[in-house]
Design a protein around this ligand. Sequence first.
Ligand code: HEC
Ligand code: HEC
Length: 210
Amino acid sequence: MNKRATSFRFPSVFLCMLWVFAPTGLAWSADPARVEAKCAYCHGKAGASTEPDVPIIGGYSVEFLANNLKAYRDQERACPDTKYRNGPNKGKTTNMCEVAHGFTDSEIRQIAVHFSKKKFVRARQTTDPALVAKGAEIHELYCEKCHSDGGASAEDDAGMMAGQWMPYLRQSFDEFVTGKRPIPKKMKRKLDEINAGDMEALVHFYGSAD
Ligand code: HEC
Ligand code: HEC
């Protein structure tokens, strides 16, 4: 009798472990492409958005993607309403908080790793050369320290500005200035030192990268 009891204990321990680890791990690692397909309804193929009000997200750093997806999930970052551009819900209103709702930390990590391996495909946009030149100077003085390579380096974990959609950048500035989107204190201090005209020049500078 005793012998039988022990021989049953081990398998059930293993079953318990599977039960604990499976739900977060397996669903995702089974098919990350399926989640990417859902994101693609708005963010385009491999995160290379062709919609000027939807950011390009392929090629961002894991840290940045994970932090921002958590910020949306936990409603710490503003979630402006937007619409599905494609797919079965095309035209239906939603927002990034709804999209990220219910993701576990581990799922978010996997999504972040997935998109970080994609290429950041820069948007082609029309810019004003005088504003681009002015923006380059402002960037160098106030922003390059944390957004190196003219805002083109993912390694800073501070997002990607070079080649990002200009309408999205304008909206981001607005959210930072009005306090709807969290930013590091040191960046807030720099933004406080520049005016709306300087920000528009920065938008042209970043938008000019191609
Ligand atoms: C219905 C359209 C839509 C869908 C679906 C969608 N997004 Fe978004 N996403 C947006 C819009 C619009 C923004 C910009 C919102 C804002 O201003 O905060 C955004 C912002 C983001 C950002 C912030 C980027 C930055 O530069 O700060 C990340 C990261 C992101 N989305 C990831 C995803 C992932 C991953 C998925 C799929 C799981 C997804 N999104 C699905 C529309 C969408
Ligand atoms: C002290 C470091 C620091 C300085 C200085 C700084 N930033 Fe940032 N910035 C960050 C970090 C960190 C983030 C990422 C925050 C997050 O995860 O949402 C960020 C995010 C951003 C984003 C959002 C990027 C995206 O892809 O969504 C923009 C736009 C931006 N910064 C613009 C600027 C501009 C313009 C300046 C100069 C006036 C500046 N920053 C100065 C650290 C800095």
